[in-house]
Write a protein that binds this ligand. Structure first.
Ligand SMILES: Cc1cc2nc3c(=O)[nH]c(=O)nc-3n(C[C@H](O)[C@H](O)[C@H](O)COP(=O)(O)OP(=O)(O)OC[C@H]3O[C@@H](n4cnc5c(N)ncnc54)[C@H](O)[C@@H]3O)c2cc1C
Length: 429
């Protein structure tokens, strides 16, 4: 018998901002104390979801002398701001993907959701039931945020975090000097956990106008017709938000729209999928990363997008390349390869993200392929550089397409923590 996935678009309307049992929102606030400790066994550069996963794991492995340096006011703040900016109300990844440490008897995100059963809508409760029976089911973003705050509070992560922008990481004797806008910290090991930067428009596109908006810039839509460029989930959220307001949308992207549950094939979240990735040549890994990370949209969007297209509110320009974008005070013109220009009141750019090899590392040469560092797959240490690690998208060549997802952070956290325990064990004891 074959089963057909029946999408529930109402899930996309989940509420955000509920006061949840077991959440400690203040635990995500990075302490404002100006002074940094002069030394730490390990410094984690960036306090996003990957850093939370790693810190939870370090706690279980008994490594307490670490320091998270985050430039923003909140742990995970970049992720929560970005999802709020596109109007995303539910996670795309399933309940079992969360930043808690794997293999320990902590409260998991599904337990946390059950604790908050009375706060959930009927459709969210149904997702919990599906997750309990082992099916794909997703969590509301505020449940995820509440759970992250619970992880930060219960693993004493907040007090090991400081607000600082890391400018440079410098090899210094048998350790590292981490230079920040608030002073230096010396560390035995450094973990780059800097997340991803948005992909910018091609040179020559006129993006300075207020009529051109990137996906991660919150804005109130201008009256009139809108263009959304990009084929991924953020583009879909922006299209849906505009259409729900009754605004006409031209949606432009290179290929055809592609619907799937997760943003990478689910096999890559499992050991057998990671084993497929461990082919010997870097070229083949690079090719697999490019193919597997193509833009896609959750099934839940399909009924609404199709209905808006049928009534003419949404015009979808498939297999269409924008060659130029010009803005003036009255609107935006998109030059389309092989077609008449589109003229709209406002253009929204959702061109994806890319892992930046940042901040600058000096005194050690990082070998790269396609802009990504070569790494030891067992430890996630950058090849040939003792004590310098990377987690998140930067670890893609070692862990494969799922590295950029919450589940990938947990796998990476376990490997880095095991390596740090060996390296730091005697110093911490
Ligand atoms: C709209 C959107 C929705 C997504 N939905 C999902 C989903 O449902 N499931 C999923 O698994 N993944 C999802 N992702 C992918 C998601 O971004 C990652 O799983 C996760 O946020 C990556 O964690 P990270 O710590 O690597 O990066 P981030 O969470 O972005 O954290 C990086 C942190 O580093 C800080 N930083 C950077 N440079 C410096 C510096 N020099 N000094 C100090 N701090 C610095 C930043 O301020 C930031 O807080 C989504 C991504 C986007 C954009």
């Amino acid at each position: 018998m074959t089963y057909t996935f029946i999408p529930a678009p109402e899930l996309l309307d989940s509420p955000r901002g509920r006061r949840l049992v077991g959440a400690t929102p203040s635990a995500l606030m990075v302490p404002e104390r100006p002074e940094l400790p002069p030394t730490a066994s390990a410094v984690i550069v960036g306090g996003g979801l990957a850093a939370l996963s790693l810190a939870a794991r370090l706690w279980h492995d008994g490594i307490r002398d670490y320091l998270i340096l985050e430039r923003g006011p909140r742990l995970g703040g970049q992720f929560f701001e970005r999802t709020a900016s596109v109007g995303q109300m539910i996670l795309r990844s399933p309940y079992e993907h969360h930043p808690g440490a794997e293999g320990h008897s902590d409260c998991e995100m599904l337990d946390f959701a059950r604790l908050n059963w009375n706060h959930l809508t009927a459709i969210e409760q149904n997702e919990v039931r599906m997750a309990q029976s082992g099916q794909r089911a997703v969590a509301p973003l505020d449940v995820f945020e509440g759970f992250c705050s619970h992880v930060a509070a219960t693993h004493s992560i907040t007090e090991r975090s400081r607000r600082a922008e890391v400018q440079k990481v410098v090899a210094d004797g048998d350790g590292w000097r981490v230079a920040t806008d608030r002073g230096d910290v010396r560390a035995t090991a450094v973990v780059l956990a800097v997340g991803e930067a948005r992909r910018e428009a091609p040179d020559g596109w006129d993006t300075a106008s207020e009529r051109v908006r990137y996906w991660d810039e919150p804005c109130e839509p201008i009256d009139g017709r809108h263009a959304v460029i990009g084929a991924g989930l953020s583009a879909a959220h922006i299209v849906a938000d505009l259409c729900a307001r009754g605004l006409a949308v031209d949606w432009v992207f290179r290929g055809k729209e592609h619907y799937q549950c997760a943003d990478v094939n689910a096999a890559f979240f499992r050991p057998e999928g990671r084993a497929i990735f461990h082919l010997d040549s870097l070229e083949r890994r690079w090719a697999m990363l490019s193919v597997e990370r193509r833009p896609s949209i959750m099934f839940e969007f399909r009924p609404r997008l199709r209905a808006w297209e049928e009534v003419g509110l949404l015009s979808v320009h498939r297999e269409t390349v924008v060659t130029e974008l010009r803005a003036d005070p009255t609107g935006v013109a998109l030059c389309i390869d092989g077609g008449a220009p589109l003229r709209v009141s406002q253009a929204h750019l959702a061109l994806g993200t890319r892992p930046p090899l940042a901040p600058e590392v000096s005194g050690a040469e990082i070998r790269t392929h396609g802009g990504l560092p070569l790494m030891d797959e067992t430890t996630l240490q950058i090849s040939g550089i003792t004590g310098l690690y990377a987690i998140g998208a930067l670890a893609s060549l070692a862990l494969g397409p799922a590295t950029r997802n919450i589940d990938g952070h947990r796998v990476a956290a376990a490997r880095i923590s095991t390596s740090l325990r060996r390296r730091l064990g005697s110093r911490e004891a």
